[in-house]
Design a binder for this molecule. Sequence first.
Ligand SMILES: Cc1cc2nc3c(=O)[nH]c(=O)nc-3n(C[C@H](O)[C@H](O)[C@H](O)COP(=O)(O)OP(=O)(O)OC[C@H]3O[C@@H](n4cnc5c(N)ncnc54)[C@H](O)[C@@H]3O)c2cc1C
Length: 461
Amino acid sequence: MRTILVVGGGYAGFYAAWRLEKELRAGEARIVVVDPRPYMTYQPFLPEVLAGSVEARHAAVSHRRHLRRAGLVAGTVTAIDHAHRTVTVHPAEGPDLVLGYDIIVVTAGAVTRKLAIPGVAESAIGMKHVEEAVAIRDRLLTAFDQAATLEPGPLRRRLLTVTVVGGGFSGVEGFGELLSLAASLVRSYPELSPAELTFHLVEARDRILPEVSDRPGQWVVRSLEKRGAQVHLNTELVSARNGHVVLSTGEQFDSELIVWTVGNAANPMVHSRTDLPIDQHGMLVVRADLRVGTDVEPVPDAWAAGDDAAVPDLVANRPGAATVPNAQNAVRQGKLLADNIAATLRGSEPKPYVHHSLGTVATLGLGRGIFQYRRLVIKGFPAWLMHRGYHVLAVPTWERKIRVLAIWLTGALFGRDIVSLASVQHPREAFITGGEPALPPSDAPADVTRDRGRAVLAGHG
Ligand SMILES: Cc1cc2nc3c(=O)[nH]c(=O)nc-3n(C[C@H](O)[C@H](O)[C@H](O)COP(=O)(O)OP(=O)(O)OC[C@H]3O[C@@H](n4cnc5c(N)ncnc54)[C@H](O)[C@@H]3O)c2cc1C
């Protein structure tokens, strides 16, 4: 029996494997999915995860539960040797494995783009994975708890300052949701005032949200500013050492939370550890039918889709245009890829990928959103409802839809949960210290410790 090996069970890979499971007849082919994560991340929910409107676990669609017929291998593919039809897999434990296959599907996605800006690697958190969204939320909640015990001053200001770098789709959605979370959170902290919250969105270009046209983009800037945010256009982050942000305009401030969302870079494995053809951006060269290669030089038995593949955009009317790297395309490409593999196994011709965009819808925080389809623009609450409606329908499996709806419903009734569980990072601390308070780090400035003590005493009368 032939083996179809899927590298990466994210959007495109999960849908491809899911569809193959349904389409292939018994004995037609075996499916194997390799991914270091045991779930597909529903990334469009991450902004709501960091706002506490969607449970983190609900943005993770379990492979084991939903891919019932596929073999699942927990590990990272470190190399693809297509000439010999093998991949090398690095599991979390144990020696590397070499797996053979007959057909490969490369859907390993992209990675967060990094720039060599001092301090970013140490201070900033990305926003592509569930753990990042959880950490962002916990850091904000913890900062509120800490700021509430301090008297006004530099440390308290730093704790209440949030910086998001990158005004693309995920940056703006994350920023809007954080702003919304902070605005509601401050109502539970009589020690703090809304005027103390400082939110910076830093974008190198002269506009944000390139997925929408200029005027709706400007409306988003204005609406964020009306909510108290500072949007820095034509501005780059110069340095973020120890949370001290320096902008290209010369402005400087300390920021406890720095979120890094400056876009995608090529997956390094795809870029440099395969013998499959890649383009100048490190993306797999793919034909319109999602087979790897060109019309002149097709690569047999290799398919790719999603953010790691330059799929020709047949509706763009621009020679050489590739489809936009988004979930809308990744899902549909994953499904078509499965259909095309099944067709070719049965001697039929694969079909080309043709998709007309359904438009763009983004959340800007609870009750706020923006939608654009060609010249139709919808703003505010109706757009936010459309965002929620679209994503609850789009998240795979009824089980996920119902869980997410239930959380939204309880959130509407009782508000969001506002406790930080940052302590899960140190699960043994309470047991080891036996309830003794953790001592401040020896390098903490003396005035910080004094400020904190005074404010706590004042609070206790
Ligand atoms: C915060 C955020 C919000 C977004 N919101 C939207 C939205 O509202 N609408 C929209 O259309 N798009 C949205 N997107 C974009 C969309 O999520 C991506 O375009 C989509 O996930 C791409 O799918 P993919 O399958 O190519 O990659 P991914 O979904 O990233 O999946 C890649 C998978 O490959 C695995 N992998 C990586 N390397 C290896 C390796 N070497 N070996 C094995 N496995 C590997 C990863 O663990 C992952 O599971 C958003 C993205 C983000 C970050």
